[in-house]
Design a binder for this molecule. Sequence first.
Ligand SMILES: Cc1cc2nc3c(=O)[nH]c(=O)nc-3n(C[C@H](O)[C@H](O)[C@H](O)COP(=O)(O)OP(=O)(O)OC[C@H]3O[C@@H](n4cnc5c(N)ncnc54)[C@H](O)[C@@H]3O)c2cc1C
Length: 621
Amino acid sequence: MTRTASHNAVVRELADLLHPRPRFHEPFRTACEDPLFAWHSGLTADERCELAYRRLRMLDQHGPGATTLVREPLRLFALQEWAAVVDPTTLSLAAIHYNLCQGTIRDLRGSGEHLEQCLDELARADSFGVFLATELAYGNNVAAMETRAVYDPESREYTLHTPGPRAVKFMPNTGLGVPKTGVVLARLISLGRDRGVFPFVVPIRDGAATPGVKIRALPEKPGLDLDNAVTAFDRARIPYENLLPGTHSSLAPDGRFHSDISPHQRFARAMGRVTPGKLGLAGGHVAAARAAVALTTRYSHQRRSSGKRGRACLMDHGGHRSAVLRELARVYATTFLVHEEQRRYAEHRDDVTGREQRIALTKAYATWSAAHTVTVCRERCGAQGLFSVNRIPEYIGLGHVTVTSEGDNSVVAIKAAQQIVLGVDHTHPPVPGVGPSDSDMLDPAWWYRLIIARKERLIAEARKSRGESSTSSFETWSALEPLLLEIAHVSATALALETMLRALGRAESPTARHCLHSLAGLEALDEIARSRGWYVLEGLMGEPEARNLPKALDELRDRIAPHSRELVEAFDVPQSVLRAPIGAEDYIESWSELAESVKPRDDGQARSRDQVRTRCTEPSK
Ligand SMILES: Cc1cc2nc3c(=O)[nH]c(=O)nc-3n(C[C@H](O)[C@H](O)[C@H](O)COP(=O)(O)OP(=O)(O)OC[C@H]3O[C@@H](n4cnc5c(N)ncnc54)[C@H](O)[C@@H]3O)c2cc1C
């Protein structure tokens, strides 16, 4: 086998381990090579937003169709990964249009076929789906929302109304003047009684806002181009059939209401699509982080700096190399974790509580990690990391979306950790191949034992504090939140390590095994090193081992450094999709070509010094 052939074989093997279903990705990857996805100079935020809608349409045309995307989550997750890499605003649109809007309608429309026409329109993207839950005064506490839908048996209609300024729907992407169909969450009132929160299908705009719907734009959000707006209802009339009751509740035409489940469960069902939504956003964000690491690694191998008589490249500098390789390991860990949880979700492997808990932990861990990775990459590319054409700044904006929407990271992580403290823990089945550990610092059993020990002791600490507390339940839990966040983090780290070690168990070639072992070690030992003082105080690690941690980390980095190109090639994000100058074979040449397409800042007119002075000093009108 030639050197190139063995290089290709390792890349292929790693790619297969990372992306288990390439055929789901292929159509979207091809679509992203279309010029529509190239970087465009000088667009306004509104123009970039419009472009995102056109891009979503194109991805849709290349895919299996909306109905399949909504039914087969792994295909939608694949679309979301490519959307995130080429245009993060398109990722947000896809999440809302397919999953939150069409997914909720399909899941909860009950047995009737009445909403078929509306679903057809959405499936053809003749209308875009939006989701209106959050209100100005109700974010993470959205279950307490005030918007009301009062049912009138006479007219067989609901009157959808915003009772005051606190209840305006905040943040839905209703701003752009294209047809939009909304899933609106509101309190159902029938026969004078509040029946809890339900979703309703509401035409929001057909170009202009529909009667009874009032839309106001929101001010600028730097780095985020979505057309988020404020939307209120002024006695909008909605037909009886547009309630989405699900299979456990029903409203008779005469207004009689029946439900087998509690109001809390009804709310959870109305928001049910937020669970796969977390996996879609996390998968997209991690895909963007992979692209950022791939670009940074490629660039770091060709960019020259001081040293070796001017021949040293960035990767030759130990500090730079160690930062980039750390993010390479992190992004491998988050990729294995997110893909594993996406598969578990698609195969219905967990019960409802287990699924919610694992997905919440995964979303928080993966999106916080990806945000960190992208920020490090931005800095490690120097000034090049500032330009949209190099993609990385767009991914920084994406981080602000993913950590807050579809379940705010802190809130969902705290809730998942609370359950763990209460004894409901769905997170750690034993990893095959990890037996009793000795103290070899490069042995996966050692890493795993320490991380699980930390998790168990933190849980014990939380239980003890709870037991000793004399304050109210809210105050006790509230005081424990920093500890709960740490429990969530360590639990997710253990999950990520397990998925990496399982991938290591499946790897066949010595090079792939060698790389995956070192990447898992970097991820685990760095996590352990972060709390090494605690480990020593707890008697879980001796002082000599604590002192040796930096050396062990150096050794692992040295092992993967020669393979960094193969490791990022396995991400399979080609330059034909990224089109970033720093990802090109020759970034100098690529910048020279790019200069032609950058819209000039001046209008080309000659001005006298006086004219220039006036232009720069006169107050804006
Ligand atoms: C880009 C973007 C797009 C969005 N699109 C939509 C959309 O299409 N439709 C829609 O309905 N909504 C949308 N949202 C709104 C989103 O769902 C909310 O932002 C989210 O639910 C968080 O609510 P909040 O922003 O009001 O934060 P808040 O509730 O004000 O929380 C802020 C912070 O307070 C703390 N906190 C709050 N509650 C708790 C708690 N219980 N425990 C511990 N700490 C807590 C946390 O630190 C949290 O980060 C979007 C948001 C963003 C950022």
